[in-house]
Design a protein around this ligand. Structure first.
Ligand code: SF4
Length: 374
């Protein structure tokens, strides 16, 4: 039987049943009608076609507003607690597609305060310097520097705090406890924090002096925060933000979520080609014990981490992906060869990314919200 799962903004464990999670959270499945609607604006991203971005809140009214000329602002973020890995990059890659497709502005919030409050061992100095490193990865993906601003909570607090205060007056402890599972031992910093994560959903409206729609593409684990955001929005005179949720990027060990706590099963953006080769070499696969058996019975791509990496990020061509699955099932390809191909794809991607990451150091200073200095 599948292990019981847990999904909160701070903890993801077990075998996630994404349909059940969607029901629990009350979000809406991405259906064919929404995919057809998205196709009107450009080629639909493989992450949508393949059901990786699989659930949403209010995408249709957002697109209706867009069609009427009321452009939305994109908002996503990162809790800087360590080096960037591929799991963090996946939703950012999708955000980049949204920015390019709709030509919209973007706010990227780095929640250094959150990680300080929720990670026992981290100091504010740690989370702030991690934010800088993570921002380089984000910029390296090619977001438009003229349309993208990076918020660092502790640096931009003067602009964030007045809005956070107004939010905090509308969220009771009873709500925070019910939504996040807090108890009497939770310290008050953690209870207040969610207000800061809501702020960028309202900031574009405050800046423009009118109702500006906001779209937040992110992992579905963040839904508890944005339920609170959406609850308080109408009372504060702001539109409810729309959400586009993705599944978690899998770990190489076969776990449902890539996690920094399992370093050997996690590919970081700064990994060397040798490190990637070693990690992919140890990946969990759907292969058989012996070569003979695999040639005879075939493998199982459904459970294979190597296949999932191709599915999520490294093979955007559907025909080639289907061919790989077929060859695997028929025993026409073996895991060693398959791992070598994936290693090559990841290393090509990382080589280019690391180069762009270096160049990002020249522009990171010009992309900060309100011109703060790193
Ligand atoms: Fe996975 Fe490739 Fe092995 Fe099939 S052949 S189980 S896809 S590694």
């Amino acid at each position: 039987m599948a292990e019981e799962f847990k999904v909160t903004p701070w903890e993801v464990t077990g075998d996630i049943d994404y349909d059940r999670l969607q029901q629990q959270f009350g979000t809406t499945p991405v259906d064919d009608a929404l995919i057809a609607r998205l196709a009107k604006y450009g080629d639909v991203h493989p992450m949508v076609r393949r059901g990786i971005f699989y659930s949403h809140r209010d995408m249709v009214p957002l697109l209706d507003q867009y069609d009427k000329g009321n452009r939305f602002v994109l908002y996503t973020g990162r809790g800087p607690s360590g080096n960037t890995h591929l799991g963090h990059m996946m939703p950012w890659i999708f955000n980049k597609w949204v920015q390019d497709t709709f030509g919209v502005e973007m706010l990227f919030q780095m929640t250094d305060d959150e990680k300080f409050l929720f990670k026992e061992k981290l100091d504010l100095e740690d989370t702030s310097s991690m934010a800088y490193e993570n921002a380089l990865d984000f910029i390296a993906l090619g977001f438009d520097p003229k349309k993208t601003r990076i918020i660092l909570n502790t640096k931009n607090i003067d602009k964030l705090y007045p809005i956070a205060l107004r939010i905090s007056k509308r969220v009771t402890f009873s709500t925070a406890r019910a939504v996040f599972g807090f108890d009497d031992s939770t310290h008050i910093g953690q209870i207040f924090y969610t207000t800061l994560q809501s702020v960028p959903a309202f900031l574009p409206s405050v800046e423009a002096g009118r109702q500006v729609p906001v779209l937040i593409p992110c992992g579905i684990d963040q839904d508890p925060h944005f339920r609170v955001t959406r609850d308080v929005a109408p009372g504060m005179g702001f539109p409810k933000p729309s959400l586009f949720y993705c599944k978690m990027f899998p770990g190489l060990s076969g776990a449902d979520k890539m996690s920094s706590s399992d370093e050997n099963a996690t590919i970081y953006t700064t990994d060397t080609p040798k490190a990637v080769k070693k990690k992919v070499g140890r990946a969990f696969t759907g292969g058989c014990v012996s070569v003979e058996e695999q040639r005879q019975k075939g493998g199982n791509p459904e459970v294979c981490a190597v296949f999932k990496y191709n599915y999520y990020l490294f093979e955007s061509d559907d025909a080639k992906l289907n061919e790989l699955a077929e060859k695997c099932r028929k025993g026409e390809i073996l895991c060693g060869e398959c791992k070598m191909c994936l290693t090559e794809k990841i290393n090509v991607f990382l080589e280019e990314h690391q180069d762009k990451r270096e160049k990002a150091k020249d522009v990171v200073g010009s992309m900060t919200y309100d011109g703060f200095e790193w």
